[in-house]
Ligand binder design. Structure first.
Ligand SMILES: O=C(CO)COP(=O)(O)O
Length: 140
């Protein structure tokens, strides 16, 4: 599975802890991330992470583009709900695309853990069926 990891600045410590705690699960999957988040996760865990631009410089849009191409199976996006972000439209666009394509999306630690444990228990295996239809999203 292809997992996207993103964390706003105040949530990066949480992302570091999450990636360390769930390293054994994450290492079975292909990881993608916005720039600084990916750097933190790869340095903390030693896992291979494909890093895009930093979020404010277009990284969220790069992840969104992969979602639109059916190339991301789950998103863990630890958002900071208490700080205004200059690139809020990009954040909203990424969340919107996840909903358009029914991509499991966690926006906080609680849901992130559910998704990671679900991933390990095969609950996201339905994504493999979707992946069989690469670039052919079901619209209805
Ligand atoms: O701002 C972000 C997501 O909106 C995260 O970007 P970075 O991982 O580059 O800090």
């Amino acid at each position: 599975m292809k997992i996207a990891l993103i964390a706003h600045d105040k949530k990066k410590p949480d992302m570091k802890k999450l990636s360390l705690a769930y390293k054994k699960i994450l290492e079975k999957h292909e990881l993608f991330a916005t720039g600084h988040t990916g750097q933190i996760v790869s340095e903390a865990t030693g896992l291979n992470v494909r890093c895009f631009n930093s979020g404010p410089l277009g990284g969220d849009q790069e992840v969104g583009s992969l979602i639109a191409q059916n190339k991301i199976d789950a998103v863990i996006f630890l958002r900071d709900p208490l700080t205004a972000q200059p690139h809020e439209p990009d954040v909203n666009a990424l969340i919107r695309l996840s909903d358009v394509y029914n991509i499991p999306l966690a926006t906080n630690l609680g849901t992130a853990e559910v998704i990671l444990r679900g991933l390990d228990n095969g609950y996201l295996d339905f994504r493999r069926l979707v992946n069989g239809n690469e670039n052919k999203h079901e619209k209805y």
